[in-house]
Design a protein around this ligand. Structure first.
Ligand SMILES: [Zn+2]
Ligand SMILES: [Zn+2]
Length: 172
């Protein structure tokens, strides 16, 4: 897994700089908090985060109700659920290898989920309450996007998963 953190160097101009997170740089790790819409579920995650991307696949569109999902990922050891375990509903899409959705059963808000193989926590960026000091780097599943979806902007696009992810199997 690529371990790069795209730090926002200056909040005023949003200029991203690339920081290689070698062991000695772990002190820059960011702690973020997030919650669901009704506040029943609260979590904390500690960087460095693996990736932050916009996913335009049809599953992400349906599970978010929007043009794309924006997710970031961390190792399970970097994630802590602070409140609301009993409020989480879990749905694993049966025909998918790994795709699923965890959400608050009171307000329906998507919340972080552990992948089925247990190796990754996928955090829906919209559930964050604090700035992850990270910006999306890529549009993935661009070939599946809706015609009314957002434009490419300055980000890289990939028809499906980026080639560099293939050895990790993705999370579909
Ligand atoms: Zn809720
Ligand atoms: Zn997707």
């Amino acid at each position: 897994m690529q371990v790069l953190l795209y730090l926002v160097a200056c909040a005023n101009n949003n200029l991203p700089i690339h920081v290689n997170l070698a062991e000695e740089n772990m002190s820059v790790a960011t702690i973020v908090h997030g919650s669901c819409l009704c506040g029943a579920i609260i979590y904390e995650a500690t960087g460095p985060f693996h990736v932050m991307v916009h996913c335009h696949c049809s599953r992400c569109r349906k599970s978010t109700g929007t043009g794309h999902a924006t997710n970031l990922t961390v190792a399970p050891s970097q994630f802590r659920l602070l409140k609301g375990e009993d409020s989480i509903s879990r749905f694993d899409l049966p025909r998918a290898q790994s795709f699923g959705k965890w959400f608050c059963h009171t307000c329906g808000c998507p919340v972080p989920r552990r992948t089925r193989d247990g190796t990754l926590i996928v955090i829906p960026a919209g559930s964050l309450d604090s700035d992850p000091l990270l910006s999306p780097t890529d549009h993935i599943f661009w070939d599946s996007r809706a015609s009314w979806g957002c434009s490419q902007g300055a980000l890289s696009v990939h028809g499906g998963y980026p080639e560099s992810w293939r050895k990790h199997g993705g999370n579909k």
